[in-house]
Design a protein. Structure first.
Length: 179
């Protein structure tokens, strides 16, 4: 599958581990180098801002999608290729999914997990069939990946999650999937 656009879901905070920001910058640079358009939440802060800044600095293309409610609350990015203002969070997520060929999840909080699980659910329901990657920087998602595996082993999922989720240890591991 050729990936021309990649949704990146991640935190609007940097987190306590500097490797999260480093991996985000490396991913953004790699995306621009391979001409993969960034689709993301539109923020200029935290890990999400680092990815967008890296794509732009390397000459890539960035589309941010932010809901109206966060325009004043969240610091939106003014220096990206395109910023789309969605009516609400649900419209934002639907737009993010529709604009991307695949998605990758970096360290983040509740919103990041919400986006991951909604994409997985939509895949399961055949609303879309997009590859989903987890960038497991410094083992951030070890427990979550183990829990998802546990749900499968306990017979609570319809299929092996390894068919839908590809766990990467470092940004350059994504290159093999860019096609």
């Amino acid at each position: 599958m050729a990936v021309g656009s990649l949704a990146v879901f991640c935190g609007s905070h940097d987190g306590n581990n500097p490797s999260y920001a480093s991996a985000a910058i490396e991913l953004g640079t790699l995306m621009a180098k391979h001409q993969v358009k960034l689709i993301y939440g539109g923020g200029k802060v935290g890990i999400m801002g680092k990815v967008a800044d890296a794509v732009m600095a390397a000459g890539g293309t960035v589309t941010g999608v932010i809901p109206k409610v966060l325009l004043a609350w969240e610091k939106y990015h003014k220096d990206i290729t395109e910023l789309i203002v969605a009516e609400d969070m649900h419209s934002r997520k639907k737009m993010l999914y529709s604009l991307c060929d695949a998605a990758i999840v970096l360290p983040g909080g509740h919103g990041t997990l919400d986006e991951l699980f909604e994409m997985l659910t939509w895949n399961q329901l055949s609303i879309h069939d997009k590859q989903i990657f987890i960038l497991n920087t410094a083992g951030f998602y070890d427990h979550l990946v183990a829990h998802i595996r546990k749900m499968y082993e306990e017979g609570l999922l319809y299929e092996d999650p390894a068919k839908r989720i590809f766990v990467l240890e470092k940004p350059e591991d994504l290159v093999a999937y860019l096609g």
